[in-house]
Ligand binder design. Structure first.
Ligand code: HAH
Length: 338
């Protein structure tokens, strides 16, 4: 970060009366984006380093070094840490679901592995991590189904989510436990998420919050759709976190527009449209500060964003508040000046 950027207001300080401001970090960005992180953020999430395949790549092998570095960094700078994630259909070793002969493992074996994993990871970080995404992306996107047909569902059955929350609660009784998902504002899917969480609460399952990922676009979802989803989730009386916010500068990924291979020029016009989008998003979020506790961006600056490869591989995107040189974008000013 050059000196020119040193005298700008701190994002997380500006938002102190509203909610925490977080960023997803990785082993590299913890160093390369250190100045931005320390100045503008008061919460961090591991982009990958706490996912099962990274922190526990083999049955008898844990790799804590990168996750430890992140937690130590957060402690050193007085930042919160969101734990991401325990039970997910992606980035989980296939071996978790197999026995020694390579056949599908029994429910009892998989459940024991889940207990061991959760006790180990939550136990290790119990002094530093108070918020965990226990289950990630467990409901279907479209159609008439309900739960995603994942290895977790296939081996443990329909109540695997309830089990995971109970196991996590036992391992970290003081932690807030979240269900986290994307397309969380789409009417059908948000109804499924609502139903899942409401059902778990009814059963007395220790679930405390909903993580709305917030992988949004310039023009979609519409602001009122986002507001409706937040208000509906809030009616359950649970904690709400925006967990993975970024704004893809390309069009709606649900239509064909968002999938175009063409790289847009990041010109003044686009910068302005992104700023307007962020301005209205944050104005809605601020108006809901009583229910939203934390807003985490999925990245720090535009030089390191998963959006360069999603939903289109190798298509440069500019979804964050800081540019590729770590300077504040118009979008930064639009959320800071109100
Ligand atoms: C998220 N999935 C994951 O929670 C996160 O762990 C990962 O690093 C990036 C994004 C988002 C996602 C999506 O928006 C659409 C389809 C599949 C997954």
């Amino acid at each position: 970060m050059t000196d020119t950027y040193r005298n700008i207001p701190s994002l997380s300080e500006r938002y102190r009366p509203y909610f925490r401001i977080g960023a997803a970090v990785n082993a590299k960005s913890l160093n390369t984006h250190r100045d931005l992180l320390v100045t503008h953020f008061n919460s961090v999430t591991a982009e990958n380093e706490m996912k099962w395949e990274e922190i526990h790549p083999e049955q008898d092998r844990y790799e804590f070094a990168k996750a430890d570095a992140l937690v130590n960094f957060a402690r050193e700078h007085g930042m919160f840490v969101r734990g991401h994630t325990l039970v997910w259909h992606n980035q989980t070793p296939a071996a978790v679901f197999l026995d020694d002969l390579g056949q599908t493992a029994t429910a009892a074996v998989v459940e024991r592995r889940l207990e061991e994993h959760v006790a180990t990871v939550l136990g290790r970080y119990h002094n530093d991590i108070y918020d965990w995404d226990v289950a990630n992306e467990a409901v279907v996107d479209a159609g008439t189904g309900f739960l995603r047909d994942s290895r977790w569902l296939q081996t443990l059955g329909d109540d695997y989510i309830a089990k995971a929350f109970r196991i996590a609660h036992q391992a970290a009784p003081d932690a807030l436990l979240f269900y986290n998902d994307y397309n969380e504002t789409k009417p059908d899917k948000s109804e499924r998420i609502y139903k899942l969480v409401a059902g778990l609460l009814d059963e007395g399952v220790p679930i405390h919050g909903i993580g709305m990922q917030g992988h949004w676009m310039l023009d979609d979802p519409a602001l009122d759709e986002i507001e409706r989803a937040i208000d509906r989730y809030a009616s359950l009386g649970v904690h709400l976190h925006i967990t993975e916010l970024d704004v893809c500068v390309y069009g709606n990924v649900h239509g064909t527009g968002g999938q175009s291979q063409e790289v847009l020029p990041y010109d003044d016009e686009l910068a302005k449209r992104l700023a307007e989008r962020y301005r209205s998003l944050f104005s809605s979020l601020r108006a809901r500060k009583d229910v939203i506790e934390s807003v985490t961006f999925w990245g720090v600056a535009d030089d390191d964003t998963w959006r360069d490869n999603f939903p289109v591989r190798g298509r440069k995107d500019w979804p964050l508040l800081f540019d590729v040189n770590h300077g504040p974008k118009q979008a930064f000013w639009s959320v800071v000046e109100f």
